[in-house]
Design a protein around this ligand. Structure first.
Ligand SMILES: Nc1ncnc2c1ncn2[C@@H]1O[C@H](COP(=O)(O)OP(=O)(O)OP(=O)(O)O)[C@@H](O)[C@H]1O
Ligand SMILES: [Mg+2]
Length: 227
């Protein structure tokens, strides 16, 4: 076990069976992320980036191999422990925001705290501060449908970070934003990460963003390569 790692991925393999075909997407992937480290994952479309992220976050199981978050094997957790891990130690940012449409920006951001049993007034106060940090103090009562794409993405980032997770897994968080907004969203993410010591694994096609991370790895032929 790697003591300094917040996330460890050892010999992870994953195939998809489609009729007579077996598609081997990940082959014995080894990948560690240190506490607070920011890693970009790049690779061509279909190379397995989202598949890897899902496995790292316990949303999918590998065929072989082990994923440990803060030293604990995800496979050995029952469904409740896994759900708790996801809501308390991990944050997710998806390419398309996945906000709850019937809830306001404030409610969306407060949701992880409410689910973790934090009192409503406390949750709302922290969500408000977090929305301020992503420069959305004036948008707290807007519904997702009343926000721009970049604003929604910032709400999603605020939500991913509100419970001080150990690791945020982000799948092309700036993929559908214009360059300037992408830069701003990225900056906000990095500033908040630094403040809370949160590690980031960010899938991105954006080489400018990949270069600004601590490290960049490339997924190719089912394996991880330094890039
Ligand atoms: N549930 C599934 N069943 C069968 N095949 C799948 C499944 N999920 C993913 N795949 C296949 O696995 C490969 C990797 O998919 P994945 O979504 O991880 O790629 P990606 O690197 O994220 O690509 P992109 O950059 O386009 O998002 C693809 O060829 C995809 O068709
Ligand atoms: Mg993908």
């Amino acid at each position: 076990m790697n003591e300094g790692a917040v996330l460890e991925c050892r010999g992870v393999s994953k195939s998809f069976v489609q009729g007579p075909e077996v598609l081997s997407v990940l082959r014995e992937v080894d990948f560690d992320v240190a506490r607070g480290e920011r890693v970009a994952v790049v690779g061509r479309s279909g190379s397995g980036k989202s598949t890897l992220l899902h496995i790292l976050g316990g949303l999918a199981d590998p065929d072989r191999g082990v994923v440990r978050i803060e030293g604990r094997s995800v496979a050995e957790m029952g469904p409740n422990a896994r759900a708790r891990l996801r809501s308390e130690r991990l944050g997710f940012v998806y390419q398309f925001h996945h906000l709850l449409p019937e809830f306001t920006a404030l409610e969306n951001v407060a949701m992880p705290l409410l689910l973790a049993g934090v009192a409503p007034a406390d949750s709302a106060q922290r969500a408000e501060a977090m929305l301020g940090a992503v420069e959305l103090a004036q948008r707290t009562s807007h519904l997702p449908s009343e926000l721009s794409g970049g604003e929604r993405q910032r709400v999603a980032i605020a939500r991913a970070l509100i419970a001080n997770p150990a690791v945020v897994l982000a799948d092309e968080p700036t993929g559908n934003l214009d360059r300037e907004t992408a830069e701003r969203v990225f900056e906000v993410m990095m500033t908040l990460a630094e403040r809370s010591g949160t590690a980031f694994v960010v899938v991105t096609h954006d080489t400018a963003i990949a270069q600004r991370m601590d490290r960049s790895v490339s997924l190719r032929d089912g394996g991880i390569h330094a890039s």
